[in-house]
Structure formats: C-alpha cells, structure tokens
Design a protein around this ligand. Structure first.
Ligand code: ATP
Ligand code: MG
Ligand code: FE
Length: 347
C-alpha cells in the first residue's frame, strides 16, 4: 500500500511517498521539500504569515515533484497522512486543507498525525522497524524533548522537555550574537570545528542535583554567551568566534546526551533515536555515539535530510498508523497548533 504524507507545520512544505509492505516495513519512494527559510532569514526567525503564503504557493508544485520522483500517480495512493499539529496555525491549515481535498477526491482515508511522532517515525525509513520500546531525543528549532516510545503508532509519553528555549532556537540566537547567518546551526557547527570546546566554561542548564532530571533549559546558556561576548567587546578584545562556537556547542551536546543516556537507563531501554534539525549537529552525534557505545545503547540518527521537516516522515508515520488499524481522522478534523505529543492521530 502507498501512503502520501503532507507536512506544513513550520517553514518547510513537504510531500513524501512511502510504500507499506505486507510485513509492516516502510520504504521511501519520494521526499519533495520546498523551504521558505531564505524568506525568513532577514528577520532572524520564522515569520508565520510568510510561511503560510509560501505553503500555498509551494503545495501543488511540491506534490507534482513527489509524484514525478516516485513515478506514481495520485490514483496509486491508498491513504493520505498530514501533520495535524503541533505547529503554526496558518501554516498547518494549508497542509490540512490540501490533504482533505486529496483524500475526498481520491476516496482514501485521511490520517491527521502528530508532527513530533513523525520526527521519530522517519527513522524506520532508514534503519528499519523500531524495537517495542525506545527513547527518542527530539531536538529542533521549535522543540527539545525526551520521549518514551512504546510503539510508534501506539504510545508516546513525554518524559522531559525544555522549560524555555529549544536547542535549535539557542543555536539561532547565539548565531545572531556572533553575527553569523540564520539558521544558526550550520555556521556554528562549521566554526566550532576550528575552535576549542574547553576554551570557555559555559553553564550546563538544569544539571544540579535538585534539578528535574530530564528537563532542559537553554535560555541561561544563550544569555551567558551573549554576556561573555559583550564583556570581551567592551574590553576591546577580538571575539574568538570558533572558540565561542565550540564551547557553546559542547555545552548543548553535553547536556542533551547526558540526560538522554540517563533516561535510557532510568526507563530501561536500549535504543536511542535522535531526530530534528539539531540532530544534524556533528558534535551532538559524535558525543552521542561515544556515550551510547559506553552505555551499551544502540544509537539511531536518520540522515540529516530526514531529520529536518519533510513529508516523508509524515508518510512514514501514516503508514505505521495505517498498519496499526487505527481509525482514520474525520474529514472535518481541525489543524491543532497545540496538539500534545501523546496524541499520535488527531480526531
Ligand atoms: P520544528 O520544531 O517544528 O520541527 P523547525 O522547522 O525549526 O521546527 P527543523 O527544520 O527540524 O525544525 O530544524 C531547524 C533547526 O535546526 C534550526 O534551529 C537550525 O539552527 C538547527 N540546525 C540545523 N543544522 C544544525 C547543525 N548542524 N547544528 C545545530 N543545529 C542545527
Ligand atoms: Mg524548519
Ligand atoms: Fe519539525
């Protein structure tokens, strides 16, 4: 069976196609993505109105590209999955309205699915089925969460999340302080390779003995970087950008991986999936690989292209939901900007 997935929760318009095989495996057939990230760059963050309009313009061409890439036609599609939330209200609405139109025109079931679960589900396209229990660290521009996944279409429980900024948001804000371009992750990652991660001791948020074990905080780290840079500038010293980047990046990777490994022990799981745009970070994946190997945990990180927002992740989740025999969503299903992570399929 063929599942088409539509993603429009933030600034990427994605249409993906996957095949669900009789044994429940999923295969990637197409993954077309159009991003409006450059239109947001001069504002230093995603502008919701611009994102919504860009989705409207990109939806039909992205759909055509996915079909062309896969060699399939719409009549081959057996089910439509779409991001029902969480995300930007206006942006979500474009994908949801499109998905409803395709589902009713084709007479196939519609599944409004959870974007966050999609970030985890996408890994099955790369590394095969997930074990019955695993831990997921979701790190992106809008989210930073530790999730206990007991069946990707069955049960997801949040065991920790950021209490302020998301990890990607911290990258974007630190990049701004250092006059690096938006989005900040790639340029900071690049600069950090030339720097010393031990040059500056930036704080590790929420790692004290009385702090919540699995929650994160990155706003204090961002402020510490800004203060450090300001102090140096006032003293008339040049900013050692590579050292600042490497030290900041080390603080983020250290906290994320330490908490993820601790959670794996606490919840007795032996597999960790890391996904979301920040999973593309070279230091995060290297440190995670090292710490997971030391702890006997299997680490799964999808390739960078699948870590950022795309339609294939929604198609993959839709395929697992279809295989689970879940009820389709009603055709009047609303977009839900605040859809909780526990709700895998929206009613
Ligand atoms: P959502 O939370 O809804 O998924 P999003 O669209 O912001 O939102 P992604 O597209 O998954 O999420 O990720 C974008 C984020 O990833 C940006 O904050 C960007 O700076 C960060 N990022 C991308 N590449 C890297 C990298 N190499 N290192 C660190 N961060 C990175
Ligand atoms: Mg994005
Ligand atoms: Fe996302």
């Amino acid at each position: 069976r063929i599942v088409l997935g539509i993603e429009s929760s933030c600034d990427e318009t994605g249409v993906g196609l996957v095949r669900l095989t009789p044994d429940g495996a999923v295969e990637l057939l197409a993954d077309a993505v159009a991003s409006s990230v450059e239109e947001h760059a001069r504002f230093g963050g995603v502008v919701p109105e611009i994102a919504s309009r860009a989705h409207l313009e990109a939806m039909a061409p992205t759909m055509r590209r996915a079909l062309t890439d896969s060699g399939l036609s719409l009549s081959d599609v057996d089910a439509i999955a779409v991001t029902a939330g969480p995300g930007l209200a206006g942006a979500l609405m474009v994908g949801v309205a499109s998905a409803k139109a395709y589902a009713s025109a084709l007479g196939v079931p519609l599944y409004g699915v959870n974007h966050l679960a999609g970030h985890v589900a996408v890994d099955t396209l790369e590394h095969g089925p997930l074990p019955s229990r695993c831990l997921a660290l979701l790190v992106s521009g809008g989210h930073t969460q530790l999730l206990l996944v007991e069946g990707i279409a069955e049960k997801i429980t949040e065991i920790g999340s950021t209490i302020d900024d998301a990890a990607g948001e911290a990258y974007d804000k630190v990049a701004r302080v250092l006059d690096l371009p938006y989005p900040g992750g790639p340029p900071i990652d690049k600069q950090a390779k030339q720097g010393d991660p031990a040059a500056i001791a930036f704080p590790r948020g929420l790692t004290g003995p009385r702090d919540p074990a699995f929650d994160f905080s990155f706003s204090g780290l961002k402020t510490a970087v800004a203060r450090w840079v300001e102090t140096e500038q006032r003293a008339g010293r040049d900013i050692p950008v590579p050292d600042v980047c490497a030290s900041f990046q080390e603080a983020v990777a250290d906290v994320l991986t330490a908490k993820a490994v601790r959670a794996a022990h606490e919840f007795d799981v032996d597999t960790l999936v890391i996904s979301g745009g920040v999973a593309a970070n070279s230091r995060l994946s290297a440190l995670a690989a090292q710490r997971c190997a030391d702890a006997g945990i299997t680490l799964r990180v999808p390739r960078p292209r699948l870590c950022t927002d795309n339609g294939a992740m929604i198609a993959a989740l839709g395929a697992h939901v279809l295989a689970s025999g879940a009820q389709p969503s009603p055709l009047n299903m609303p977009a839900n900007p605040g859809l909780p992570v526990e709700t895998i399929v929206a009613g």
